[in-house]
Ligand binder design. Structure first.
Ligand code: SAH
Length: 216
């Protein structure tokens, strides 16, 4: 099986893109990126038949690869353009990272689970996806690399971390699911000036929690 991306995979991916379009994703750039990333290579090979159904799936360390629709939804809200500097909190499988790179972003991605931090590098490297990888607590962001044009959080926080708001460039956008294990709302925050932020809400989702500290 290895690293192959066959016609069968491409065909399944095309159907996945159609189903995500039917669910309301309109950005052709985002749909195009979903159509190009070989999602089956980001999941355990025994799950290959699940790769192109629109569902979240378990990866290592009790975490999940996000549902493709959710990845597309967050990416569309983020409005990524070429060369933008993007911080992703929660590398996980690296799938969302690849989607951001397909859109031409410069991606800084941080993961608190050591195993996933290592696995994602092994997956993305051979596919020629080149983000900057960090192992640490994304709750704190990456202060030495701020400001970021975009910040995408792929785990749920009960409140939006102040540290992330501070690391947003003026005119920058943060997308984060806010809430607890009972459910979350997708929040988009636009930093309008040094001290003004405009917040909007965009539907209900269910993510694994954003946790503090690192995990060996
Ligand atoms: N974008 C990922 C989604 C993974 S699920 C993908 O497409 O596969 C969310 C991830 O956030 C998990 O891997 C979890 O370990 C990570 N995470 C949770 N809290 C974190 C924190 N404080 N800092 C960095 N990563 C965190």
């Amino acid at each position: 099986m290895g690293q192959t991306d066959s016609y069968r995979h491409k065909g399944l991916r095309k159907k996945l893109v159609d189903s995500i379009r039917d669910k309301g994703i309109v950005s052709e750039e985002v749909l195009g990126a979903i159509g190009r990333v070989p999602r089956h290579l980001f999941m355990d090979s025994s799950f290959i038949n699940f790769s192109y159904t629109d569902k979240a799936f378990p990866i290592a360390a009790g975490q999940t690869i996000s549902q493709p629709y959710t990845v597309a939804f967050q990416t569309e809200l983020l409005t990524v353009q070429k060369h933008l500097k993007v911080l992703e909190v929660g590398t996980g499988s690296g799938y969302q990272t690849a989607v951001l790179l397909e859109l031409g972003a410069r991606v800084y991605t941080i993961e608190r689970q050591r195993q996933l931090f290592l696995d994602a590098q092994k997956t993305l490297g051979p596919l020629n996806y080149k983000p900057l990888f960090f192992y640490g607590d994304g709750y704190e962001g990456l202060p030495s690399f701020m400001p970021f044009d975009r910040i995408l959080v792929t785990a749920a926080a009960p409140v939006i971390p102040q540290s992330l708001l501070k690391q947003l460039a003026i005119g920058g956008i943060l997308v984060i699911p806010e809430g607890d294990s009972k459910g979350q709302r997708m929040i988009r925050v636009l930093r309008e000036s040094e001290d003004q932020y405009q917040r909007t809400e965009h539907g209900h989702f269910s993510f694994v929690p954003l946790l503090r500290g690192k995990n060996q």
